[in-house]
Design a protein around this ligand. Structure first.
Ligand SMILES: [Zn+2]
Ligand SMILES: [Zn+2]
Length: 129
């Protein structure tokens, strides 16, 4: 399942790992441009697409049409604000046991799972009132 990452994919992934909030492809692109080896925007998009397919990152589309990206940490789940793109981590995995049960029942080797909640964070709720 895991293919070896190219240099630009690795750089995009590392950059995302340094952010604790979701960032857009444009933001990543301009951050990479400030470093000595720049990466084209098309390459950033391609890298993001590959990383997403490998389950290493996740994409979230905001109401303004902008797509923001953040890393998926091993068995970490989040409450995602659709308004500002903030992700609040949940302490534990609510479906850990379910995963084990399904794996057993179907003799399926599960590599990873995703579980995300979407809505509006308390700060955005206050601002919208
Ligand atoms: Zn918010
Ligand atoms: Zn989980």
């Amino acid at each position: 399942m895991k293919e070896k990452l190219t240099r630009s994919q690795e750089r995009v992934l590392h950059l995302l790992q340094h952010h604790d909030h979701a960032v857009s492809a444009q933001d990543l692109h301009s951050e990479l441009r400030n470093s000595e080896k720049s990466v084209g925007l098309a390459t950033v998009y391609r890298s993001l697409e590959t990383l997403k397919l490998q389950g290493l990152i996740k994409a979230l589309t905001l109401p303004n049409g902008e797509t923001v990206y953040s890393v998926t940490r091993a068995d970490r789940h989040h409450l995602n604000c659709l308004n500002c793109g903030k992700s609040l981590p949940i302490d534990s995995c609510p479906i850990h046991d379910l995963g084990n049960q399904l794996a057993k029942k179907h003799s399926f080797q599960i590599y990873y799972h995703t579980l995300e909640f979407f809505g509006m964070c308390s700060q955005c709720q206050e601002e919208s009132q």
